[in-house]
Design a protein around this ligand. Structure first.
Ligand SMILES: C[S@@+](CC[C@H](N)C(=O)[O-])C[C@H]1O[C@@H](n2cnc3c(N)ncnc32)[C@H](O)[C@@H]1O
Length: 236
Protein backbone atom coordinates (compact mmCIF):
# COMPACT_ATOMS: atom_id res chain seq x y z
CA UNK A 1 0.00 0.00 0.00
CA UNK A 2 1.18 3.53 -0.80
CA UNK A 3 2.36 5.34 2.33
CA UNK A 4 2.32 9.12 2.37
CA UNK A 5 4.82 10.87 4.64
CA UNK A 6 3.89 12.25 8.06
CA UNK A 7 5.77 15.42 8.84
CA UNK A 8 6.64 16.86 12.25
CA UNK A 9 5.51 20.37 13.14
CA UNK A 10 8.62 22.15 11.83
CA UNK A 11 8.56 20.45 8.43
CA UNK A 12 4.79 20.98 8.22
CA UNK A 13 5.32 24.71 8.85
CA UNK A 14 7.96 24.88 6.11
CA UNK A 15 5.75 22.99 3.65
CA UNK A 16 2.87 25.32 4.56
CA UNK A 17 4.90 28.29 3.36
CA UNK A 18 5.02 26.90 -0.17
CA UNK A 19 1.81 28.51 -1.40
CA UNK A 20 2.35 28.56 -5.15
CA UNK A 21 3.36 26.13 -7.86
CA UNK A 22 6.99 26.11 -9.01
CA UNK A 23 8.65 24.54 -12.02
CA UNK A 24 11.42 23.26 -9.75
CA UNK A 25 11.70 22.77 -6.00
CA UNK A 26 15.10 21.82 -4.59
CA UNK A 27 14.89 20.01 -1.23
CA UNK A 28 18.49 20.72 -0.22
CA UNK A 29 20.26 18.91 2.63
CA UNK A 30 17.22 16.63 2.30
CA UNK A 31 18.39 13.74 4.53
CA UNK A 32 15.23 11.53 4.70
CA UNK A 33 13.63 13.66 1.94
CA UNK A 34 10.30 13.89 3.76
CA UNK A 35 9.81 17.58 3.07
CA UNK A 36 10.30 17.19 -0.66
CA UNK A 37 8.10 14.07 -0.66
CA UNK A 38 5.27 16.01 0.97
CA UNK A 39 5.61 18.81 -1.62
CA UNK A 40 5.65 16.23 -4.39
CA UNK A 41 2.47 14.63 -2.99
CA UNK A 42 0.86 18.07 -2.99
CA UNK A 43 2.06 18.57 -6.60
CA UNK A 44 3.73 21.85 -5.66
CA UNK A 45 6.27 21.54 -8.48
CA UNK A 46 6.72 19.93 -11.87
CA UNK A 47 9.96 18.52 -10.55
CA UNK A 48 11.28 18.06 -7.01
CA UNK A 49 15.06 17.58 -6.67
CA UNK A 50 16.32 15.82 -3.53
CA UNK A 51 19.91 16.81 -2.77
CA UNK A 52 22.22 15.63 0.00
CA UNK A 53 25.96 15.24 0.23
CA UNK A 54 25.75 11.80 1.88
CA UNK A 55 25.33 8.94 -0.60
CA UNK A 56 23.57 6.39 1.67
CA UNK A 57 20.88 8.96 2.60
CA UNK A 58 20.26 9.80 -1.05
CA UNK A 59 20.03 6.09 -1.92
CA UNK A 60 17.49 5.52 0.84
CA UNK A 61 15.33 8.45 -0.31
CA UNK A 62 15.65 7.21 -3.89
CA UNK A 63 14.46 3.71 -2.92
CA UNK A 64 11.42 5.09 -1.05
CA UNK A 65 10.44 7.37 -3.95
CA UNK A 66 10.84 4.54 -6.48
CA UNK A 67 8.72 2.14 -4.38
CA UNK A 68 5.74 4.53 -4.32
CA UNK A 69 5.18 5.57 -7.95
CA UNK A 70 1.53 6.62 -7.45
CA UNK A 71 2.55 9.22 -4.88
CA UNK A 72 5.86 10.09 -6.53
CA UNK A 73 5.51 9.61 -10.29
CA UNK A 74 8.80 9.09 -12.10
CA UNK A 75 9.79 12.05 -14.23
CA UNK A 76 8.66 14.43 -11.47
CA UNK A 77 11.59 13.92 -9.15
CA UNK A 78 15.29 13.19 -9.08
CA UNK A 79 17.80 12.49 -6.33
CA UNK A 80 21.30 13.91 -6.35
CA UNK A 81 24.31 13.18 -4.18
CA UNK A 82 25.93 16.60 -4.31
CA UNK A 83 27.24 19.49 -2.26
CA UNK A 84 24.44 22.09 -2.28
CA UNK A 85 27.07 24.79 -2.91
CA UNK A 86 27.34 23.23 -6.40
CA UNK A 87 23.60 22.98 -7.02
CA UNK A 88 23.17 22.25 -10.75
CA UNK A 89 20.43 24.76 -11.61
CA UNK A 90 20.58 25.08 -15.39
CA UNK A 91 21.13 28.62 -16.67
CA UNK A 92 18.96 27.77 -19.69
CA UNK A 93 16.00 26.93 -17.48
CA UNK A 94 16.42 30.25 -15.63
CA UNK A 95 16.76 32.14 -18.92
CA UNK A 96 13.50 30.62 -20.11
CA UNK A 97 11.79 31.98 -16.98
CA UNK A 98 11.34 28.70 -15.09
CA UNK A 99 10.57 29.26 -11.40
CA UNK A 100 12.91 27.72 -8.84
CA UNK A 101 12.44 27.40 -5.07
CA UNK A 102 15.52 26.30 -3.12
CA UNK A 103 14.71 24.96 0.35
CA UNK A 104 17.52 24.74 2.90
CA UNK A 105 16.38 23.56 6.33
CA UNK A 106 17.81 21.81 9.34
CA UNK A 107 21.41 23.00 9.13
CA UNK A 108 23.28 25.72 11.05
CA UNK A 109 23.11 29.42 10.21
CA UNK A 110 26.73 29.68 9.01
CA UNK A 111 26.36 26.86 6.51
CA UNK A 112 22.93 28.17 5.38
CA UNK A 113 24.52 31.55 4.57
CA UNK A 114 27.43 29.87 2.76
CA UNK A 115 25.08 27.80 0.59
CA UNK A 116 22.70 30.68 -0.27
CA UNK A 117 25.69 32.83 -1.19
CA UNK A 118 27.24 30.14 -3.41
CA UNK A 119 23.94 29.62 -5.29
CA UNK A 120 23.18 33.36 -5.60
CA UNK A 121 26.71 34.20 -6.77
CA UNK A 122 26.41 31.63 -9.54
CA UNK A 123 23.17 33.13 -10.86
CA UNK A 124 23.25 36.84 -9.92
CA UNK A 125 20.88 37.95 -12.67
CA UNK A 126 18.03 35.56 -11.79
CA UNK A 127 15.36 35.65 -9.11
CA UNK A 128 15.82 32.30 -7.40
CA UNK A 129 13.57 32.01 -4.33
CA UNK A 130 14.87 30.54 -1.07
CA UNK A 131 12.96 29.00 1.82
CA UNK A 132 15.30 28.83 4.80
CA UNK A 133 14.87 27.34 8.23
CA UNK A 134 18.25 27.42 9.95
CA UNK A 135 18.92 25.81 13.28
CA UNK A 136 19.76 28.82 15.51
CA UNK A 137 21.84 31.90 14.44
CA UNK A 138 18.74 33.60 13.05
CA UNK A 139 20.09 37.12 13.44
CA UNK A 140 23.36 36.16 11.71
CA UNK A 141 21.46 34.63 8.77
CA UNK A 142 19.22 37.69 8.36
CA UNK A 143 22.18 40.08 8.55
CA UNK A 144 24.00 38.20 5.80
CA UNK A 145 20.95 37.91 3.55
CA UNK A 146 20.52 41.69 3.83
CA UNK A 147 24.22 42.14 2.93
CA UNK A 148 23.58 40.01 -0.20
CA UNK A 149 20.71 42.33 -1.23
CA UNK A 150 18.07 39.69 -0.57
CA UNK A 151 14.51 40.77 0.24
CA UNK A 152 11.61 39.25 2.14
CA UNK A 153 8.62 37.46 0.64
CA UNK A 154 7.25 35.97 3.86
CA UNK A 155 8.47 34.89 7.28
CA UNK A 156 7.11 32.95 10.22
CA UNK A 157 8.10 31.88 13.69
CA UNK A 158 7.21 28.45 15.03
CA UNK A 159 8.22 26.12 17.85
CA UNK A 160 8.86 22.40 17.89
CA UNK A 161 9.74 20.79 21.22
CA UNK A 162 10.14 24.33 22.61
CA UNK A 163 12.89 25.05 20.10
CA UNK A 164 12.21 28.26 18.11
CA UNK A 165 12.53 28.26 14.33
CA UNK A 166 12.37 31.31 12.11
CA UNK A 167 11.33 30.38 8.59
CA UNK A 168 12.35 32.83 5.87
CA UNK A 169 10.95 32.92 2.34
CA UNK A 170 13.27 35.32 0.51
CA UNK A 171 14.53 36.29 -2.93
CA UNK A 172 16.59 39.01 -4.55
CA UNK A 173 13.35 40.44 -5.97
CA UNK A 174 11.33 39.96 -2.78
CA UNK A 175 8.57 42.42 -2.04
CA UNK A 176 9.58 43.74 1.39
CA UNK A 177 12.70 44.77 3.25
CA UNK A 178 14.18 41.98 5.33
CA UNK A 179 15.03 43.07 8.88
CA UNK A 180 17.65 41.66 11.23
CA UNK A 181 15.18 40.91 14.04
CA UNK A 182 12.12 39.94 12.04
CA UNK A 183 9.00 41.93 11.24
CA UNK A 184 5.78 40.26 10.10
CA UNK A 185 6.53 36.98 11.90
CA UNK A 186 6.04 38.47 15.36
CA UNK A 187 2.75 38.10 17.20
CA UNK A 188 3.67 39.27 20.66
CA UNK A 189 0.17 38.61 21.99
CA UNK A 190 1.10 34.95 21.59
CA UNK A 191 2.84 33.82 24.77
CA UNK A 192 5.42 31.67 22.99
CA UNK A 193 6.47 34.59 20.75
CA UNK A 194 6.66 36.92 23.75
CA UNK A 195 8.74 34.47 25.71
CA UNK A 196 11.06 33.86 22.71
CA UNK A 197 11.66 37.62 22.48
CA UNK A 198 12.44 37.79 26.21
CA UNK A 199 14.82 34.83 25.93
CA UNK A 200 16.56 36.43 22.96
CA UNK A 201 17.03 39.66 24.92
CA UNK A 202 18.39 37.70 27.88
CA UNK A 203 20.79 35.86 25.55
CA UNK A 204 22.24 39.12 24.17
CA UNK A 205 22.34 40.63 27.66
CA UNK A 206 24.56 37.74 28.79
CA UNK A 207 26.80 38.18 25.74
CA UNK A 208 27.06 41.93 26.32
CA UNK A 209 29.56 41.32 29.11
CA UNK A 210 32.19 41.13 26.35
CA UNK A 211 31.63 44.88 25.75
CA UNK A 212 31.01 44.38 22.07
CA UNK A 213 29.27 47.31 20.33
CA UNK A 214 27.66 44.98 17.78
CA UNK A 215 26.04 42.92 20.55
CA UNK A 216 24.84 46.13 22.20
CA UNK A 217 23.23 47.25 18.90
CA UNK A 218 21.47 43.90 18.40
CA UNK A 219 20.24 43.95 22.01
CA UNK A 220 18.88 47.46 21.49
CA UNK A 221 16.89 46.36 18.40
CA UNK A 222 15.18 43.51 20.27
CA UNK A 223 14.52 45.76 23.28
CA UNK A 224 12.89 48.37 21.00
CA UNK A 225 10.55 45.69 19.67
CA UNK A 226 9.59 44.70 23.21
CA UNK A 227 9.09 48.35 24.24
CA UNK A 228 6.90 49.05 21.20
CA UNK A 229 4.70 46.11 22.14
CA UNK A 230 4.58 47.17 25.80
CA UNK A 231 3.67 50.78 24.87
CA UNK A 232 0.88 49.69 22.52
CA UNK A 233 -0.55 47.36 25.14
CA UNK A 234 0.02 49.64 28.15
CA UNK A 235 2.37 47.12 29.80
CA UNK A 236 4.73 48.76 32.30
C1 LIG B 1 19.64 17.48 9.96
S1 LIG B 1 19.57 17.09 8.29
C2 LIG B 1 18.25 18.14 7.75
C3 LIG B 1 17.17 17.34 7.07
C4 LIG B 1 15.96 18.17 6.63
N1 LIG B 1 16.33 19.19 5.67
C5 LIG B 1 15.25 18.76 7.80
O1 LIG B 1 15.18 19.99 7.92
O2 LIG B 1 14.74 17.96 8.63
C6 LIG B 1 21.00 17.88 7.62
C7 LIG B 1 21.47 17.27 6.30
O3 LIG B 1 22.30 18.19 5.62
C8 LIG B 1 23.21 17.45 4.85
N2 LIG B 1 24.28 18.39 4.42
C9 LIG B 1 25.11 19.10 5.20
N3 LIG B 1 25.91 19.89 4.45
C10 LIG B 1 25.55 19.70 3.15
C11 LIG B 1 26.00 20.23 1.91
N4 LIG B 1 26.98 21.15 1.83
N5 LIG B 1 25.41 19.80 0.76
C12 LIG B 1 24.43 18.85 0.82
N6 LIG B 1 23.96 18.32 1.97
C13 LIG B 1 24.53 18.72 3.12
C14 LIG B 1 23.63 16.33 5.78
O4 LIG B 1 24.18 15.25 5.08
C15 LIG B 1 22.28 16.00 6.46
O5 LIG B 1 21.63 14.94 5.81
Amino acid sequence: MEKSVKLGLRLQAIAGMVTQHYDHIWDCCCDHGMLGMQLLEERRADKVHFVDVLGPLVEKANAYLSENPDLYPSGHWQTLCEDVAKLPIHKESLRQGATHLVIIAGIGGDLSVELVEAISDKHPEFNIEFLLCPVRQHHHVRENLIRMGIKLIDESLMFENRQPYEILHVARHGTEELTTIGSTMWNLSDESHYSYLQQTIAHYQRRLKSNCQKTADILEQYKCLLNEHSNINGIT
